[in-house]
Design a binder for this molecule. Structure first.
Ligand SMILES: NC(=O)c1ccc[n+]([C@@H]2O[C@H](COP(=O)([O-])OP(=O)(O)OC[C@H]3O[C@@H](n4cnc5c(N)ncnc54)[C@H](OP(=O)(O)O)[C@@H]3O)[C@@H](O)[C@H]2O)c1
Length: 446
């Protein structure tokens, strides 16, 4: 079967940075597909190719087409249809994969246009649609988009992307938790004191301001990536590692989280300086939530994430209760932690107290480390390569279901309606994020 990817937003940032390398790797692995990239800014294929950040080899270029396409121009659609007809040629079985990498406000128009692309061919045609995150602006728009999508595609044909699910560490979280008896035994509210999730970026919004201004930090990372991380940290063991069973357990977690009330929103100073005070888009948030399941109720999960921080880091600290430190009233006995670092590189550390040499029973926390690259080499496929490979193979294991997406919007709803309370200096942690933990007598681990 021939697969033809119709790439909306083919001149955008996502295509250049993530999708193009993924397509090139998958082509080199032997997958047989062609791509029709769509964009407004280049008038010819030559111009489009000349502006690619990396020049593909001749073999790959044979499968890469470009059509100048503006949604507002009906003639564009005819160009897309005729290019599609041309690529189908004599094939008798074809699959069209519509990949929507556009800002969410254009989704609806794009779906309406897809309906009009002429794919009535002599051959057997199947179809899929890929929709980027964030899926909607809020619960209502997500539900409305889904109604539009399902009027044209079956749920089986819809792939809603959260590329975090393609990251090796997310899949590894499940293996670490469920294939290790010592971890399994302590991964609950009997032993865990609290969890900290720290996803800081050192960069600002940069040239993506136009896009980010409509989105803000909650829609950019919390509603999707961070809530997915929380499901992987707290879900019960699925009866099998199948998409359906994993999704079932994730949904149980999401349904057990109340809408977030304890949150702060802030914005870095130079954003306003460059653009004037009218921009109120939050670039940083910190919040606390609870997963009210039997295994996790009572364990606070603190999250902080956003832009323009001193260091780019993605870390999860699972901090355990420090019973011995309390019993012995000894502050030198540190709490044990499992530290999962995904950026700048993937590490899992377990901290244990060990005796310091030449002392009388003095202890020091020591890190036991697993470094993914050292153990398995550095050739792990990027998240987008894993995601696109699953799409080509019609494997839905790395895609959130619509029910998960709706639950995630429900959880973040209050934060979408909240106001920015603080302007923080560039590369500085907002004071409101520090206070969030101080109020509970805790400090951030990093
Ligand atoms: N960038 C990332 O790293 C990243 C990561 C994860 C997810 N995503 C998601 O991917 C999606 C796209 O993001 P992006 O960063 O690639 O955005 P972007 O750089 O702003 O690109 C937007 C694309 O939309 C096209 N476009 C805009 N208006 C159009 C119209 N009226 N008709 C036809 N095409 C139009 C643009 O074409 P022209 O510029 O040629 O006009 C461009 O190709 C978003 O949903 C985002 O959340 C992005």
């Amino acid at each position: 079967m021939k697969q033809i990817i119709i790439q909306f937003g083919g001149t955008g940032d996502l295509f250049k940075k993530k999708l193009l390398p993924a397509y090139m790797h998958l082509a080199a692995k032997g997958y047989d597909f062609s791509i029709i990239t769509l964009g407004r800014r280049f008038s010819t294929r030559e111009e489009f190719i000349a502006h690619l950040p990396q020049q593909p080899d001749q073999e790959f270029l044979k499968r890469l087409e470009y059509v100048q396409y503006d949604m507002k121009d009906p003639a564009s659609l005819e160009r897309v249809s005729s290019k599609a007809q041309q690529l189908v040629g004599d094939e008798c079985e074809v699959e069209f994969i519509y990949y929507i990498a556009l800002q969410p406000s254009l989704y609806e128009a794009a779906i309406r246009q897809i309906e009009q692309i002429n794919t009535h061919m002599h051959c057997t045609v199947s179809k899929k649609i890929i929709v980027e995150k964030p899926f909607g602006f809020d619960l209502d728009t997500a539900t409305a988009y889904n109604t539009i999508l399902t009027s044209v595609f079956t749920d089986e044909e819809i792939y809603r992307i959260d590329h975090y699910l393609g990251k090796e560490f997310m899949q590894n979280l499940l293996i670490m938790r469920f294939h290790n008896d010592i971890i399994r035994g302590i991964w609950n509210n009997h032993f865990i004191d609290h969890i900290q999730i720290i996803f800081d970026e050192d960069l600002g919004v940069e040239e993506r301001l136009g896009f980010y201004e409509q989105i803000g930090v909650v829609r950019d990372t919390v509603q999707n990536h961070i809530l997915q991380v929380i499901t992987h940290l707290t879900m019960s063991e699925p009866s099998a590692f199948t998409p359906e069973e994993i999704s079932h357990e994730k949904l149980r977690v999401l349904r057990a989280i109340k809408p977030v009330k304890d949150f702060t929103l802030s914005r870095y100073r130079s954003l306003a300086e460059l653009q004037g005070d009218s921009i109120r888009t939050p670039t940083y948030t910190s919040f606390k939530l609870f997963v009210d399941t039997f295994e996790f109720s009572g364990v606070p999960i603190y999250v902080r994430t956003g832009k323009m921080q001193s260091e780019g880091r993605s870390q999860i600290y699972v901090n355990f209760k420090n019973t011995m430190g309390r019993v012995l009233n000894n502050s030198r006995i540190a709490q044990n932690s499992v530290i999962i670092t995904t950026h700048p590189e993937m590490n899992i550390d377990i901290t244990l107290n060990m005796k310091m040499p030449n002392t009388r029973w003095e202890t020091q926390p020591v890190r036991f480390n697993f470094n993914h690259a050292e153990t398995f080499g550095i050739n792990t496929p990027e998240a987008y390569e894993q995601i696109v490979e699953k799409i080509l193979r019609s494997d839905k294991s790395l895609f959130p279901s619509m029910s998960e997406i709706q639950e995630a919007w429900r959880i973040v709803t209050p934060t979408l309606q909240g106001n920015v309370v603080e302007t923080y200096d560039d590369h500085t942690l907002p004071a409101s994020a520090v206070r969030l933990l101080e109020e509970d007598g805790r400090v951030w681990n990093a």
